[in-house]
Design a protein around this ligand. Sequence first.
Ligand SMILES: [Zn+2]
Length: 182
Amino acid sequence: MIIRCWGARGSIPVSGRQYLRHGGNTTCLEIRTKDDEILIVDAGSGIRELGNFLLAKDRHTFTLLLTHAHWDHIMGFPFFKPIYSHKTNLTVWGCPFAQTSLKEMLSRTMAPPNFPVNFDAIRANISYQDMCIDSYKLGSMTITPIALSHPNQGMGYEFAEDGKRFVFLTDNELGHQHEGGA
Ligand SMILES: [Zn+2]
């Protein structure tokens, strides 16, 4: 399992010398399985650079897993260049939480009058798997959701492969009791 962090911030992308250490982008992780399958966790502003990187490497098949619908975790989606290519195969996983569907959650980032490009300009083959399930399987990696204490719900995840485990628990508000939270 190889993990690259393309965005580590919450709330809003930032720029400036004081942010050089962790970068200025909002949440986006790239996780490669042992067999080099590509899993993307969240579509914060960091997904823009990841998309450019993947296109440069001629990679076109990805799975996107979402933790929740807050803006800083989906704002980069319209800037993920692979969605405008018919070569791209994207599978989106997640629990739709307070939304009607994952598609609805992502299409809102491009809804007029807030964005100049319409959602139907997307050329990628996207399949939406609205799944609130106990575990996901991507190749030899097992992904187990962990309920977050978060407004309108949300999921953290444990990624396990070959006896190694990585846990991503973002936006977990330990000091608050939220409905549905662990
Ligand atoms: Zn949040």
